[in-house]
Ligand binder design. Structure first.
Ligand code: SAH
Length: 395
């Protein structure tokens, strides 16, 4: 087997079991490993530390499969890891045939680069690393055995594939084609998911537990669901007795789906206004026309793709939160989120505080939010934390 030798004094993170080995920490590569092939990782003293998938073009040169010398990437390794990942979710109540949840959350479940989401009886996978691409057949075979489904669909169309030197790949990889829209349930609501063309693998499962908190704050409220996608937060607000709902999204397909989701839940279409456009512009118009809301949800897309974009992202978060505070009725509630991993929770809180200050509003944080439990964060992999949110109550 080929091996990668780590530079002196650069083995600290591996010893702490962080799964990424950056190109700058590599002293030497012995052999000629191809993309995704397994390599041994040796310390500066030549001692075995780990084995992982080699990626010749990525800054992350090796993603560790195992720190245990008795384990080796291969069919039984993948079935063991996938089984462990599924079992770790046994305590969650996803027994309904229409349930939707993440079964494998990449690095944080010990499978770097592999995402597996279940939508009712279909699985949707992303193979985001050279190693998962290399072992795709074995992984799919394990999934067929461990998570029986009607079909397995691949959505490896994330931009992160490029960094690994991989082309995008989308299509059926096992079983039957999914229908145009897969129906799932989330607590009291039904949702239609477009696994072929929807965002990510089709839906934002990471927000499930946060959407579940919305009904508590919705009774009688005029609700603004900003960056609504297919309308999940808004449906929860209507379930909670909202007086009116306004969804804003820049994607007309997303808003069409939001309308279909209203019908699916037998909700009166007249209860919901869907605005197609840029949320920043629409909120400014609302401010100028003096509109106000009792509950506002802000769930923007990722503003920072890298560390160098953090400042610009914070300006974006500040603007949109400032506008939201201006539109919030006295006593109103704001759910505000950031899914940029590079913007940490403390920084995000500061930006929201600055936004309230500049809006001339006094507000309190009443809850800290994060990603749902089926999107765990490996303790040795803090990068796994990306979604953070605050529930703020204005005075
Ligand atoms: N809250 C949603 C997920 C939102 S994802 C849920 O619970 O499912 C972010 C959404 O913001 C996407 O649907 C995207 O189309 C939309 N979006 C991106 N930029 C936007 C902009 N400038 N104005 C309005 N919507 C935007």
């Amino acid at each position: 087997m080929s091996s990668v030798i780590i530079k002196p004094n650069r083995d600290g993170s591996i010893r702490r079991r962080h799964p990424w080995i950056f190109s700058g920490a590599v002293k030497d590569v012995k052999g000629n490993p191809g993309s995704g092939e397994t390599v041994d990782v040796l310390g500066p003293d030549g001692k075995w530390l780990a084995s992982g998938a080699y990626s010749p073009v990525s800054q992350i040169r090796v993603r560790v499969w195992t720190f245990n010398k008795d384990e080796e990437a291969g069919p039984s390794f993948f079935s063991n890891r996938i089984e462990r990942s599924i079992k770790a979710r046994d305590y969650m109540d996803f027994k309904k045939p229409t349930a939707a949840l993440r079964l494998v959350n990449a690095e944080s479940d010990g499978l770097p680069g592999l995402i597996v989401d279940r939508y009712a009886d279909f699985l949707v996978c992303q193979f985001l690393s050279a190693g998962t691409e290399y072992w795709k057949k074995e992984i799919v075979k394990s999934l067929e055995g461990l998570a029986p489904s009607t079909g397995i669909y691949e959505r490896s169309d994330s931009s992160s594939r490029e960094k690994e030197g991989l082309a995008q790949a989308v299509g059926l990889i096992a079983g039957q084609e999914p229908p145009d829209l897969v129906e799932i349930n989330e607590g009291p609501i039904g949702l239609l998911v477009d696994v072929r063309r929807g965002h990510k693998t089709g839906f934002y499962l990471d927000q499930r537990e946060n959407r579940a908190m919305v009904p508590e704050f919705s009774e009688g409220a005029d609700v603004l669901n900003c960056f609504s996608y297919s309308g999940g937060f808004g449906l929860m607000a209507l379930k909670g007795g909202a007086g009116s709902l306004t969804n804003i999204d820049a994607s007309s397909e997303a808003l069409e789906l939001a309308l279909r989701n209203m019908e699916l839940n037998r909700m009166e279409p007249g209860m919901c206004e869907n605005l197609d456009g840029d949320a920043f512009n629409i909120l400014r118009k609302f401010r100028d026309s003096g509109r106000s809301f009792g509950l506002i949800i802000l769930d923007p897309p990722k503003f920072a793709e890298s560390g160098s974009q953090v400042d610009g992202a914070c300006r974006g978060y500040k603007d949109i939160n400032l506008l939201a505070f201006k539109l919030l009725k006295p006593g109103g509630v704001l759910f505000t989120f950031s899914c940029s991993g590079h913007v940490g929770p403390a920084l995000f809180q500061k930006v929201v505080a600055d936004a309230a200050l500049d809006a001339g509003r006094d507000a309190r944080i009443i809850r800290y939010l994060g990603q749902s439990a089926d999107h765990p964060i490996g303790l040795q992999f803090p990068e796994g934390q990306y979604l953070k949110g605050l529930i703020c109550k204005a005075l």
